[in-house]
Structure formats: C-alpha cells, structure tokens
Design a binder for this molecule. Structure first.
Ligand code: XMP
Length: 331
C-alpha cells in the first residue's frame, strides 16, 4: 500500500543520509526483527551492508540454510555465515544448570560476533563505522522501563547492550519507532516471505533452552526432527471456524526434549527411548499465556508421526501449564 511505500522510501533515504559511504555490520539471527532490518538496510545501501550470521548449532531444522537462501540467495546481500556449533556444544558439555547454559550461550555469541566484526573491519576498504540492530519500539521501552525495575531475574536474556561501544561502532537502528505488527508489514512490503515475517518468536539461546539439562548433539538432532513435524502439522491443520491454521492461531509452539527414557513397544520389540513435550500457547504479550486447546486430531497426528518417524523418541506428552506459574519455555 501507499503508506508503506512512502515509509520505505523515507526510511531508505534516512539510512543513506546517516551512513553516507561508510560500511555497516548487522547480526542476522533469522528472527523477524533482524531480518526486516537487514532487508531494509540492504534496500538502502546494498553492498555497504555485511550481515553476520552466527550459527550456534542450536537452530531448528534447515533454519541456517533458509536464512542463507533468503538473504544471500534471493536478496543478494553479503552474508558471512559462521558455523560455531562445535564451539558452542563443546562449551556446553557437562553444563546442566539453565542459567549457566544461558550465560555460556549469550557470552559465546557476543565473542564470536565480535571476532567476526573485527575481521570485517580490517579487511574492508571503506570504513566500517556502523553496527545495525533490529531494535524495535517495545525493546526501547523495555530497556528503559519495566525490565530494569524487576527485582528477580527469572531468566537472563540474550543481551547485546554495549556491543557498539566495545566494537567502536555507531549504532544504526532503523526499526526503533516501529511496533511488531508494523515491522511485519514492512518486511512483507520489502519482499520477505510472509511465513518468515509472521513466525513465532524463537529465543536467542535456541534449542539450548529446549533441551532440558545438558545439551548434547544427539538430543539436538532428535529435537529438531520432532519439532519440525509439530510445526509442519500446525501449519497443515486448518480450523474450520476461522479458516486459519493452528500455527496462526497460536502465539508460540515448539517441542521440548526431556532427557528421560521410558519403556514402549514397537512391533514385537521393547523400546526404551526419550520423551518429548509439545508446548503451544496463546498470549497477547508473552507475560501471561494460556496453553492452547489444540484439537485432539492434531495432537494425535503429531504424536503418531513423531513416534514413527523419529527413532529414539517413543513417547509424546502435551504441556497443559499456563503462565504463570509455568513459564513458556521450560528453561
Ligand atoms: P518465558 O519462558 O520467560 O518466555 O515465559 C517469554 C518469551 O520470551 C522468549 N524468550 C527469549 N527470547 N532471548 C529471547 O530473545 C531469550 O533468552 C529468551 N528466553 C525466552 C520466549 O521464547 C517467549 O516468547
């Protein structure tokens, strides 16, 4: 629409004015905000933008390749993919405390990003002067307000505050004035696929907080496959009353890997395999959330497919806990 086209034109002009002929680095996570920021900045300054995509090995099935296909493939943006999965899994070995895991993942993320940014700074002919971030209006409010007043930390989030100073870069935040739904509209107008722009949120620590206790490569592989089936079926199941898929009727849905084994039977043999929990919630602000009343037929399809297709998992449960007192993620 016209309003959005005007907005894009204005934003592109503003970015060009701000950046001049200097270079910009952006941390691409595959999430909505950094993706839209990347698409917008790329529209404005093309090859003056270098995206850094740190793959911590805790992404969902095919997620890393999808990010590369979209940004390097379709948009022809410069993207450096850093495969740091061995580094992350190595440092996480033997660690089972949720807060310790979060701190390791967040800290390593910053280290890897900083090292990559330093390399880019050295090798580029033009001055690399800007760090772009997909900060949106609610983040601006949150960091100045409610969050800092909270007395108890329930979960320490990925925090990239202070990064521009440490890297000696100026901050470029083209989405600062936008609400989430405006960011999504902008993303679609910039040509990003609606499935990407209307995705459920995914936490910075990724599958690291969806594998309870110690993270192991084997667990991550099982979880990725089970979660992929759950998401696929949520997209497939259309609610006849609204015409919407259950993916769109839920605010967030995912699979959690439980490192416990239970006994099962398959064919005429005994199995002793892992358990997963399905989690789906409805919420408007993620501060409180209700577990979603998914149709039994959907749950049945998902559990049947996971148990049949993912050897190593023989039991599927559904999480019927609301927030509070449970949180949305299990760690
Ligand atoms: P909880 O589990 O606290 O989650 O009810 C609320 C929302 O926050 C997301 N979440 C995170 N997002 N970095 C993020 O960017 C994080 O470290 C993180 N931890 C939780 C969670 O997925 C849910 O949408």
């Amino acid at each position: 629409d016209w309003v959005m086209k005007d907005h894009i034109a204005e934003a592109v002009e503003a970015i060009r004015r701000q950046v001049g002929d200097e270079e910009v680095i952006l941390g691409l996570s595959g999430g909505v905000d950094s993706s839209v920021a990347a698409a917008l900045i790329h529209r404005a300054i093309g090859d003056q933008l270098t995206c850094v995509f740190v793959d911590h090995g805790l992404l969902r099935l095919h997620e890393g390749d999808a990010v590369m296909d979209m940004f390097a493939g379709k948009l022809h943006a410069k993207v450096v993919r850093v495969d740091a999965s061995d580094l992350f899994l190595g440092k996480l070995a033997g660690v089972s405390d949720p807060e310790a895991k979060r701190k390791i993942i967040g800290g390593l993320f910053v280290d890897v990003f900083k090292a990559e940014a330093a390399k880019i700074k050295q090798t580029h002919a033009r001055t690399v002067a800007w760090l772009a971030q997909g900060t949106i209006y609610p983040d601006v409010i949150e960091s100045g307000g409610a969050k800092s007043k909270k007395a108890v930390t329930i979960k320490s989030h990925h925090n990239v505050g202070g990064l521009p100073e440490q890297l000696g870069l100026k901050l470029l935040e083209p989405l600062r004035d936008l609400f989430k739904d405006e960011v999504r509209e902008l993303g679609v107008a910039l040509g990003l696929p609606p499935e990407m722009v209307y995705r459920h949120p995914f936490p910075g620590p990724g599958l690291g907080v969806r594998i309870l206790g110690e993270v192991k490569k084997e667990y991550a592989e099982l979880l990725r496959r089970a979660d992929h089936i759950f998401i696929e079926e949520l997209r497939n199941f259309i609610d006849p009353h609204t015409g919407k898929s259950w993916y769109d009727l839920t605010s967030q849905a995912f699979t959690v890997f439980l490192p416990v084994k239970s006994v099962g039977v398959m064919g005429d043999g005994r199995t002793y395999d892992y358990v997963v929990a399905l989690r789906a919630v409805q919420t408007s602000d993620f501060m409180t959330a209700d577990w979603a009343e998914l149709p039994y037929a959907l749950l049945k399809k998902v559990s049947g497919r996971i148990i049949n297709e993912v050897r190593g998992i023989n039991r599927v449960t559904y999480d019927v806990s609301s927030k509070p007192p449970a949180t949305i993620e299990w760690e």
